[in-house]
Write a protein that binds this ligand. Structure first.
Ligand code: ZN
Length: 295
């Protein structure tokens, strides 16, 4: 009797420890832990300067990334502050090669969708864009293009810009600058094979690049496209939070980050029509990144 009582107490204790461990470790959904891991070993402060990243929209310039307006857990908040600071510094150093937005563009914005193509969500996103007669930029992953080349062809035929999101979505911070260029060049070869053309427009997985990598990207005549507005669809699965994350900081010349694959994008699908309709009502027009950056 006595032994079984201690056994029960022991099991309760173990259960409690396991529960606490899961709570602590599982505090952040794994789908976004991936992205923020990158920031830790990154160029924390390449210029050794304090940069004010909370600038006013009236001061929007290349390198600006809006501060997320939804509530975030403190780790993510810290990581994103670092991320924004990092991007502002990269854009300052490589002002014509690292682009987050097009300041002074007249009422034009560019929707961008990363991580496709897939056969589930990317086609539905294209259906929605077709319904409104608007075009966007898809940053496709080379390996996914090989799996779903028809989706690439559809994007191209619909007038969307198809751009390069690397061959296999490796973390830039974990590979050398030469491996990174190989990732982009390989994706371009796949793009050429299936659509007849490669592109200068690249987006680094997780948006992260080092100064060394930027140097080589510039020498390789590639154009690194970031974003000024993050829909946070990689973080939240609440439609309203995605909508507000885009509408609240919207500005002319914005490049808006969303995802068309790489997870359950149901909330992105639900948010997209509201985002499009609201921005149309506010007088914005939608264009591709390539057109947004044209003189
Ligand atoms: Zn990605």
């Amino acid at each position: 009797m006595r032994i079984s009582k201690y056994l029960i107490l022991f099991l309760l204790f173990i259960s409690f420890i396991v529960y606490v461990f899961i709570r602590v470790d599982g505090g952040s959904p794994s789908r976004y832990r991936l992205r923020t891991d990158d920031i830790q070993n990154e160029i924390d402060d390449p210029l050794g300067e304090d940069v004010d990243v909370d600038i006013l929209p009236s001061n929007i310039h290349n390198g600006y990334v809006a501060k997320p307006i939804i509530s975030l857990d403190s780790d993510i908040d810290n990581h994103l502050n670092l991320f924004r600071k990092n991007i502002m510094e990269l854009a300052k150093l490589y002002n014509s090669t690292y682009i987050t937005c097009r300041p002074n563009a007249k009422s034009q914005v560019a929707l961008t969708f990363d991580d496709g193509p897939d056969e589930t969500f990317t086609p539905i996103i294209m259906d929605i864009l077709d319904d409104y007669g608007i075009t966007c930029t898809f940053f496709f992953i080379g390996e996914n293009i090989q799996r779903y080349p028809d989706i690439l062809i559809r994007a191209q035929k619909s007038g969307h810009q198809v751009a390069n999101h690397s061959l296999s979505h490796k973390r830039p911070t974990e590979i050398s600058k030469h491996e990174l260029i190989y990732e982009f060049e390989s994706c371009n070869l796949i793009l050429e094979e299936h659509s007849g053309e490669g592109t200068r427009f690249i987006r680094a997985p997780y948006g992260l690049l080092t100064i060394d990598q930027m140097e080589l990207i510039e020498q390789s005549n590639l154009l690194a496209i970031g974003w000024s507005i993050d829909s946070m669809d990689w973080y939240t699965d609440k439609k309203d939070e995605i909508v507000e994350s885009v509408l609240n900081p919207i500005h002319s010349g914005a490049i808006i980050l969303m995802h068309s694959a790489g997870g359950n994008r149901q909330a992105t699908l639900e948010a997209l029509p509201t985002i499009i309709e609201s921005l149309l009502q506010e007088g914005y027009t939608f264009t591709t990144v390539e057109n947004l950056l044209k003189d």
